[in-house]
Ligand binder design. Structure first.
Ligand SMILES: Nc1nc2c(ncn2[C@@H]2O[C@H](COP(=O)(O)OP(=O)(O)OP(=O)(O)O)[C@@H](O)[C@H]2O)c(=O)[nH]1
Ligand SMILES: [Zn+2]
Length: 303
């Protein structure tokens, strides 16, 4: 008989850590070798035991982030995320293609997003203009935008407010400040990491494991190196299109239904580009991502 539901905060090859939501952490194993493996963020039914408890079952997932393994096959990584927080900064200069990749992912999984512009104390840098372009773009796509600095603390209360009670995941380039934001949102971070290491018996907690940290407001933050280095191999071309509503709309005016918006006559997308309704950079990113997914589609069909 399962005693309770718990929250999986870490899942490795041979065990997972369950937060009993009453202040305790428990190491658990799966019931059988065929049992499906819970991932970080899963709600599970479990039975306590010594030395390890047992996972009896996984509650239905609201969403699941997967990443392609070395063969491009999807592997479950994180479940039940309420919001993808895309972190950008004036330094390192924003990578708009990477932002678009996260947009595709979030749209596909119907996970709400938020753009956090970090390092506002450095807004006089030349790349700040790129940042403004990105902010305007997110506004047009109805993605909330917040700005602040983990160095000065500016804007952090707004970030806490906007994501109150939510399970969030921070994504973005290396060096934009994800770890600093994690520290700011989870004041007891090093204490938690200590508890996790002690319970999992792995000695020092490796930062390469995807880990969920509960926040004081009832929400949580999932730190996932796997999501940070995400590729789009297992997503299809339709998923990419969904993240470019302005291109999809303009394509409605193309003469040919299978228009590639390249050299075809009467192309609505090229007209949109000429009229300024579509940003050239967005179009370039779209083309790039479509090339990637088209290649993946072909490989799947055995072509
Ligand atoms: N000026 C300024 N520097 C910041 C701010 N936030 C973080 N930094 C600095 O930026 C550097 C990178 O911050 P991290 O938090 O390690 O960045 P990260 O995104 O976790 O990087 P990875 O772990 O490589 O993915 C550090 O030197 C931080 O001190 C900020 O708001 N303003
Ligand atoms: Zn066209």
């Amino acid at each position: 008989m399962s005693r309770a539901t718990g929250l999986v905060i870490m899942s490795t090859a041979d065990h997972c850590l369950v937060d009993d939501l009453a202040g305790g952490l428990h190491r658990c194993r799966l019931r059988g070798r065929r049992a499906s493996r819970p991932v970080c963020g899963d709600r599970v039914r479990w039975t306590p035991g010594a030395p390890d408890g047992v996972i009896d079952g996984i509650e239905p997932r609201r969403n699941l982030i997967e990443r392609g393994d070395f063969r491009g096959r999807p592997r479950a990584l994180v479940a039940n995320v309420d919001r993808l927080v895309i972190v950008v900064a004036p330094e390192p200069a924003p990578d708009s293609l990477l932002v678009d990749r996260y947009l595709v992912l979030a749209r596909t999984l119907a996970i709400p997003m938020l753009l956090w512009c970090n390092k506002q104390d450095l807004v006089d840098r030349p790349s700040a203009q790129t940042l403004n372009t990105l902010r305007a773009r997110c506004h047009r796509l109805d993605i909330p935008v917040l700005a602040g600095s983990t160095t000065t603390g500016a804007g952090l209360p707004a970030l806490r407010d906007q994501t109150r009670g939510e399970t969030i995941i921070l994504v973005g380039q290396s060096g934009v400040g994800k770890s600093s934001i994690t520290q700011a949102l989870i004041p007891a971070l090093s204490l938690r990491i200590g508890e996790i290491s002690a319970t999992s018996g792995q000695g020092r907690h490796t930062t390469s494991e995807t880990t969920l940290f509960r926040r004081d407001d009832g929400g949580a933050l999932i730190d996932s190196p796997g999501v940070r280095t995400l590729r789009l191999d297992h997503l299809g071309s339709e998923a990419v299109d969904q993240a470019y509503p302005e291109i999809l709309e303009a394509a409605g005016a193309c003469r040919f239904r299978d228009c590639r918006h390249d050299r075809e006559p009467d192309c609505g997308v090229r007209e949109g580009l000429a009229a300024g309704a579509i940003e050239p950079e967005r179009f370039e990113n779209w083309r790039r991502l479509r090339r990637e997914t088209d290649t993946a589609d072909t490989a799947e069909r055995g072509g």
